[in-house]
Unconditional design. Structure first.
Length: 335
């Protein structure tokens, strides 16, 4: 039987704080479509976590949240600037283009998933032409697809450069908790000029739930209609909001993220294979040839080769030191 401990942070169970919060709201009758008291309480906790006044909605899918966010920032004939290996470009099956009725995604370069400021500057300096989609927004990810973390200063500089050119800014925070546990200041996001944040819940230990956070409240006009059309305005909204209550009310979100990050560092420190990217969040990427990866899979571990050719190992809130040590022993035997 395959072990999915390190295949993805999506493979982990739900954290007890999130599950307990679900149980607490599961009694009596309540308003639907996010108009209930639990959704309001969860939104207040999100605003407090970010120290920002914002519109907050809870949806079922990070892909849908990203796609709705980008569609709100762009016209169909415009484009979003994003890292070439960003999730919105490589793992969302064209959802931004579908939800945005044709919006484009323009790739930018940069090491370990972080956008190179020079690449952004070049893209924004490109002249407009009738046969190309002009840039209307910048999409950033923190932590990135390679587990690197933007510092507060660098993310603010990239966002500020985009805003100076009149672009909207989207932040994919599927693993924002891991970035925060690594030192990134989430309370600086609004001041940095980010218009829309997707605050990840699923990868952080919740059942399927993501928070769509609009710092630019003007973008909230008819947002519920946009979500309804996209199939992302759940009728029993309290069940999407409740996990955020459980994870935010006593700090469990950051506590579990810090644990996941620590397990990644433990794995990296005892890793016999070359580590290809900085281990700043909960991911470890290693150099491994095809025969050794096949041998690891034969031992029962589910592991996948990533976009740059590295083999990725993801840690989660539920990763144990024993499981890390067992994997390390198997890796050392292969090496």
């Amino acid at each position: 039987m395959a072990r999915y401990d390190f295949a993805s942070d999506n493979t982990a169970p739900v954290a007890p704080e999130a599950m307990a919060a679900l149980a607490r709201v599961n009694s009596g009758f309540s308003a639907g479509y996010g108009a209930d008291e639990h959704s309001r309480a969860a939104a207040d906790l999100v605003r407090a976590f970010l120290d920002a006044d914002a519109e907050v909605r809870f949806v079922a899918s990070g892909t849908a949240a990203n796609a709705v966010a980008l569609a709100a920032l762009c016209q169909p004939f415009e484009a979003v600037l994003a890292h070439d290996h960003a999730h919105v470009r490589t793992d969302e099956t064209g959802a931004p283009g579908l939800f945005g009725h044709g919006l484009g995604l323009t790739p930018l370069s940069g090491a370990s998933g972080r956008i190179d400021p020079a690449s952004l500057a070049d893209a924004m300096a490109a002249g407009e032409a009738s046969n190309r989609q002009p840039a209307a927004a910048l999409s950033l990810s923190n932590a990135t697809e390679y587990g690197s973390v933007y510092s507060t200063e660098i993310l603010s500089a990239l966002s500020g450069a985009a805003k100076a050119k009149g672009l909207g800014v989207h932040l994919d925070g599927a693993r924002l908790a891991n970035a925060a546990a690594s030192g990134f200041d989430v309370k600086a996001i609004a001041a940095a000029g980010v218009d829309i944040l997707v605050l990840g819940g699923t990868k952080a230990g919740m059942p399927p739930s993501e928070a769509l956070v609009l710092f630019d409240r003007a973008l909230a006009r008819r947002l519920d209609q946009r979500l309804k059309q996209a199939g992302q305005l759940p009728s029993k909204g309290r069940y999407y909001a409740a996990p955020f209550i459980g994870m935010l009310e006593d700090g469990a979100l950051l506590r579990h993220a810090a644990h996941a990050n620590a397990m990644a560092r433990r794995l990296a420190e005892h890793q016999p294979f070359r580590v290809n990217h900085p281990v700043e969040a909960n991911a470890v990427f290693v150099e491994m040839d095809k025969p050794r990866l096949a041998a690891l899979t034969a031992k029962g571990w589910a592991a996948y080769r990533f976009l740059d050719g590295s083999v990725r190992f993801m840690c989660s809130w539920a990763t144990t030191a024993d499981s890390v040590d067992t994997l390390v022993a198997d890796l050392q035997a292969l090496a």
